[in-house]
Ligand binder design. Structure first.
Ligand code: SF4
Ligand code: SF4
Length: 102
Protein backbone atom coordinates (compact mmCIF):
# COMPACT_ATOMS: atom_id res chain seq x y z
CA UNK A 1 0.00 0.00 0.00
CA UNK A 2 1.52 3.31 -1.11
CA UNK A 3 0.71 5.22 2.09
CA UNK A 4 2.86 2.77 4.04
CA UNK A 5 5.89 3.96 2.11
CA UNK A 6 7.37 6.23 4.75
CA UNK A 7 10.94 6.62 5.82
CA UNK A 8 11.23 6.89 9.57
CA UNK A 9 14.99 7.39 9.44
CA UNK A 10 14.79 10.47 7.24
CA UNK A 11 11.95 11.92 9.31
CA UNK A 12 14.17 11.46 12.37
CA UNK A 13 17.11 13.10 10.57
CA UNK A 14 14.95 16.10 9.68
CA UNK A 15 14.30 16.83 13.36
CA UNK A 16 17.81 18.29 13.51
CA UNK A 17 16.61 20.88 11.00
CA UNK A 18 13.53 21.86 12.95
CA UNK A 19 11.07 19.53 11.20
CA UNK A 20 9.04 17.29 13.46
CA UNK A 21 5.86 16.91 11.41
CA UNK A 22 7.21 15.12 8.34
CA UNK A 23 5.14 12.02 8.98
CA UNK A 24 1.84 13.82 9.56
CA UNK A 25 1.14 14.46 5.87
CA UNK A 26 -1.40 12.18 4.23
CA UNK A 27 -0.84 13.59 0.75
CA UNK A 28 -4.23 15.24 0.38
CA UNK A 29 -2.96 17.98 -1.94
CA UNK A 30 -4.62 20.92 -0.17
CA UNK A 31 -1.31 22.74 0.22
CA UNK A 32 -0.55 22.49 -3.50
CA UNK A 33 -4.05 23.71 -4.35
CA UNK A 34 -3.81 26.78 -2.08
CA UNK A 35 -0.17 27.69 -2.77
CA UNK A 36 -0.02 30.84 -4.92
CA UNK A 37 3.01 29.52 -6.78
CA UNK A 38 0.91 26.93 -8.67
CA UNK A 39 4.17 25.19 -9.42
CA UNK A 40 4.51 21.44 -9.99
CA UNK A 41 2.41 20.43 -7.00
CA UNK A 42 4.51 22.61 -4.70
CA UNK A 43 4.79 22.28 -1.77
CA UNK A 44 3.09 18.86 -1.64
CA UNK A 45 5.76 17.31 -3.84
CA UNK A 46 8.52 18.35 -1.44
CA UNK A 47 6.53 17.19 1.57
CA UNK A 48 6.04 13.85 -0.15
CA UNK A 49 9.77 13.56 -0.80
CA UNK A 50 10.40 14.22 2.89
CA UNK A 51 7.76 11.68 3.82
CA UNK A 52 9.26 8.84 1.81
CA UNK A 53 12.86 9.86 2.47
CA UNK A 54 13.73 10.82 -1.11
CA UNK A 55 16.67 12.90 0.07
CA UNK A 56 18.42 12.80 -3.33
CA UNK A 57 15.31 14.27 -5.00
CA UNK A 58 15.23 17.06 -2.44
CA UNK A 59 18.89 17.84 -3.05
CA UNK A 60 18.45 17.67 -6.84
CA UNK A 61 15.46 20.03 -6.80
CA UNK A 62 16.71 22.17 -3.93
CA UNK A 63 16.38 25.47 -5.81
CA UNK A 64 12.60 25.03 -5.83
CA UNK A 65 12.58 25.35 -2.02
CA UNK A 66 13.63 28.98 -2.42
CA UNK A 67 10.51 29.79 -4.44
CA UNK A 68 8.38 29.74 -1.29
CA UNK A 69 6.93 33.16 -0.39
CA UNK A 70 6.36 32.41 3.33
CA UNK A 71 2.73 33.35 2.95
CA UNK A 72 1.67 30.62 5.38
CA UNK A 73 -1.47 29.65 3.47
CA UNK A 74 -0.43 26.01 3.17
CA UNK A 75 0.22 25.66 6.89
CA UNK A 76 -3.06 27.35 7.76
CA UNK A 77 -5.13 25.05 5.53
CA UNK A 78 -3.34 21.73 6.08
CA UNK A 79 -5.93 19.38 7.63
CA UNK A 80 -3.22 17.36 9.39
CA UNK A 81 -1.24 20.20 10.97
CA UNK A 82 1.75 18.93 9.02
CA UNK A 83 3.13 22.48 8.81
CA UNK A 84 4.08 22.36 5.13
CA UNK A 85 5.43 25.93 5.16
CA UNK A 86 7.71 25.18 8.10
CA UNK A 87 8.71 21.92 6.50
CA UNK A 88 9.90 23.82 3.43
CA UNK A 89 12.07 26.02 5.67
CA UNK A 90 13.44 22.95 7.43
CA UNK A 91 14.27 21.34 4.11
CA UNK A 92 16.19 24.49 3.15
CA UNK A 93 18.27 24.09 6.30
CA UNK A 94 18.83 20.43 5.41
CA UNK A 95 19.97 21.41 1.89
CA UNK A 96 22.27 24.16 3.16
CA UNK A 97 23.90 21.82 5.66
CA UNK A 98 24.61 19.32 2.92
CA UNK A 99 25.78 21.95 0.44
CA UNK A 100 28.36 23.16 2.98
CA UNK A 101 29.77 19.65 3.27
CA UNK A 102 30.01 19.23 -0.52
S1 SF4 B 1 -2.14 19.94 3.04
FE1 SF4 B 1 -0.98 18.91 4.69
S2 SF4 B 1 -1.66 16.76 4.66
FE2 SF4 B 1 -2.29 17.71 2.72
S3 SF4 B 1 -0.61 17.25 1.25
FE3 SF4 B 1 -0.18 19.25 2.16
S4 SF4 B 1 1.15 18.84 3.95
FE4 SF4 B 1 0.16 16.92 3.36
S1 SF4 C 1 4.16 29.30 2.51
FE1 SF4 C 1 5.28 28.82 0.59
S2 SF4 C 1 4.67 26.72 0.06
FE2 SF4 C 1 3.16 27.51 1.56
S3 SF4 C 1 1.48 28.36 0.32
FE3 SF4 C 1 2.90 30.04 0.76
S4 SF4 C 1 4.32 30.10 -1.00
FE4 SF4 C 1 3.27 28.10 -1.04
Amino acid sequence: MAMALVNLDFAEELKAYGVDTALECFNCGTCAAICPLLFEHFPRKMIRYAHVGAREKILEQAQDLWRCLHCGLCTRTCPRQAGPGELILGLRRFVLAHARRA
